[in-house]
Design a protein around this ligand. Structure first.
Ligand code: ADP
Ligand code: MG
Length: 255
């Protein structure tokens, strides 16, 4: 818990790159907060700076201006307080599922015998029981991303930070993973910051949606999604949120 109740704070972030035709303003004046236990989606068109922002929040890249705080501490390098899941699987091909999930624990102070138990529990949590000894090449895309989620959760991070984690799997698998992620969120009570360009995905998952616009990359509006779960695409209320967020992305006035 923090004094302000804001778990993650993105404060006046700017990021400029040198382009051949002058500076690229990938991010300009980006500010928002995420409360403890909240599920926030960051949504916006391709090129609006989502991955850039994700990398800055993760401490993988520095900002041109502004700060990111986790529990009121400034983030300036990768920290085990964040579990990070990338769009591409980023698994170690030479390690088994168990070995991949255990990776994060190897530098931690979790004792040896406790580690095995914890790894097995995480593998069960993401629905991969029976696959602990398999290698990544033996798994489907969806299964690989489950391993990446289990690995990110291994060190019990304060924040689960994900960049289009289901972008590379087929539609049916994606829906299954979305439902499973919501179950995991409910069970672990983690704070989640989830990047996607998919409006439907954002409306299905988020408590709040930070809608971004591009050129320069910026926050257009933050939308509270006040709808019970599970959420069904065919519900009228779902449709209203969907149209509203899509309209914001297209640059229409708020409806
Ligand atoms: P998104 O993830 O929303 O698609 P990105 O964060 O990948 O957007 O990119 C935002 C903008 O910044 C784009 O115009 C992209 O070309 C530019 N950009 C991203 N990374 C670099 C880089 N390393 N060098 C120069 N320009 C970059
Ligand atoms: Mg991206």
């Amino acid at each position: 818990m923090t004094a302000h109740g804001t778990h993650v704070r993105v404060a006046d972030i700017a990021k400029h790159y040198e382009g051949t035709e002058g500076p690229i303003r990938a991010l300009e004046d980006v500010s928002f907060g995420v409360s403890e236990g909240e599920f926030v989606c960051l949504v916006g068109p391709s090129g609006c700076g989502k991955t850039t922002l994700f990398r800055i929040i993760a401490g993988l890249e520095s900002a041109t201006a502004g700060d990111v705080f986790l529990n009121d501490e400034r983030v300036d390098s990768p920290t085990p307080d964040m579990g990070v899941v990338f769009q591409e699987y980023h698994l170690f091909p030479w390690r088994t599922v168990r070995g991949n999930v255990a990776f994060g624990l190897e530098k931690s102070d979790v004792a040896g015998e406790k580690r095995g138990e914890r790894v097995d529990r995480l593998i069960e949590l993401v629905g991969l029981e029976g696959f602990g000894d398999s290698y990544p090449k033996e798994l489907s895309g969806g299964m690989k991303q489950r391993v990446a989620i289990a690995r990110a959760l291994a060190v019990d991070p304060d924040l689960l930070l994900m960049d289009e984690p289901f972008g590379a799997v087929d539609a049916q698998t994606r829906e299954m993973l979305q439902t499973e992620l919501l179950d995991i969120w409910r069970e672990t009570k983690k704070t989640v910051l989830f990047v996607t360009h998919d409006v439907e995905e954002a409306v299905k998952l988020a408590d709040r949606i930070v809608v971004m616009a591009k050129e320069p990359g910026r926050v257009r509006e933050v939308v509270d999604v006040d709808m019970s779960r599970p959420r069904v695409r065919s519900d009228a209320e779902f449709g209203r949120y969907y149209e509203r967020v899509l309209g914001l992305i297209r640059g229409e006035r708020a409806v």
